[in-house]
Design a protein around this ligand. Structure first.
Ligand code: PYC
Length: 315
């Protein structure tokens, strides 16, 4: 029997899963992470579906392909992907990657640089096991953008970049609580569709493929706000979303509600928390740092058996 083996290490960050491919992946050649991401899209689409779809994975799983970095300052390069395709940035995934590299014995506590398709990011693995990720420059691009959300009506929100493009909504839509998952999902998917209908894109022409809804914290002693984040592919982020928190921090700073160094505690739909702060740059941009915790929870050899009709996943 001709069986290929792909080695993966699984983790979750504040509830959101990351499956890091550490061995057996197809050779994508050399280049920066944008080149490798494009080649991954063209040539290794099967790897994404094999790892993340049933029967081995599930729709909410995020994958991360460990790559050789171009810049020797970096400990690793990475390409993130999910059920819909490749992702731009992914901070929960970076926290998972850092804990995975520690598990593999490749790094220990301290500062590590990671190459991603959206730029180099810095991660600090702390002695208490938490991870702080210093993200790419983030900014609010548009404020008070009005859209007509089918079945819900007029909604106002901001468009911001935090390593992915987000539409940030506050004061509209269902209450942020776990029992409202279906309503929150339908509302945010309808908002994403409305953005396309209204021709609202990022400043680089990209689709706004994440919608983030905010509400008051469930417990104001523990967090400053709660969120629900819808990702491309129709699955919600189980964590408070690191790139989404970065976009939020940029909006807060631009509207004078967050000073440099002031801590913002963002709770996600499961009640898990990321802490964030900003360092201002010129042009109203900021460098966000987002901190959270991830746990390695699996180490597996994925078998690709040519006789298995579902070797590349179902669907
Ligand atoms: O934490 O940045 C994040 C993220 C993006 C998509 C899912 N998680």
């Amino acid at each position: 029997m001709d069986t290929n083996k792909i080695k993966v290490i699984d983790s979750h960050t504040a509830g959101e899963p990351t499956r890091v491919v550490v061995g057996g992946a197809p050779d994508l050649g050399t280049g920066n992470m944008t080149d490798l991401r494009d080649r991954f899209e063209e040539k290794a689409h099967w790897l994404r579906t094999a790892l993340l779809s049933e029967p081995r994975g599930f729709k909410a799983m995020v994958g991360a392909l460990l790559c050789e970095p171009v810049d020797t300052k970096c400990v690793a390069g990475v390409i993130f992907f999910n059920n819909s395709g490749v992702l731009k940035g992914c901070i929960h995934g970076t926290m998972g990657l850092i804990k995975t590299l520690e598990f593999m014995g490749r790094i220990s506590t301290g500062t590590h640089y990671i190459e991603t398709p959206v730029g180099m990011i810095k991660a600090e693995l702390k002695p208490d096991g938490s991870v702080s990720v210093t993200n790419v420059p983030s900014y609010r691009y548009l404020s008070n953008v009005e859209i007509e959300v089918k079945g819900f009506g007029k909604v106002l929100g901001d468009v911001a970049w935090g390593g992915n493009w987000f539409y940030l909504i506050e004061g509209y839509g269902p209450e942020i609580k776990l029992s409202n998952l279906n309503e929150l999902s339908s509302f945010s998917i309808a908002a994403m569709e409305a953005l396309e209908v209204a021709n609202v894109f990022g400043d680089d022409g990209s689709k706004i493929d994440h919608v983030e809804i905010f509400g008051p914290p469930a417990d104001s002693l523990k967090s400053d706000s709660s969120n629900f984040v819808m990702c491309p592919g129709g699955e919600y982020d189980r964590s408070p979303c690191g790139t989404g928190t970065s976009a939020k921090l940029a909006c807060l700073h631009t509207s004078g509600k967050l000073k440099p160094g002031q801590i913002w505690r963002q709770s996600g739909i499961l009640g898990t928390i990321f802490e964030g702060e900003v360092e201002p740059l010129e042009d109203q941009k900021v460098i966000p740092t987002v901190s959270g915790r991830a746990w390695v929870n699996g180490e597996t050899n994925i078998m690709i058996d040519p006789s298995d009709p579902f070797r590349f996943g179902i669907g």
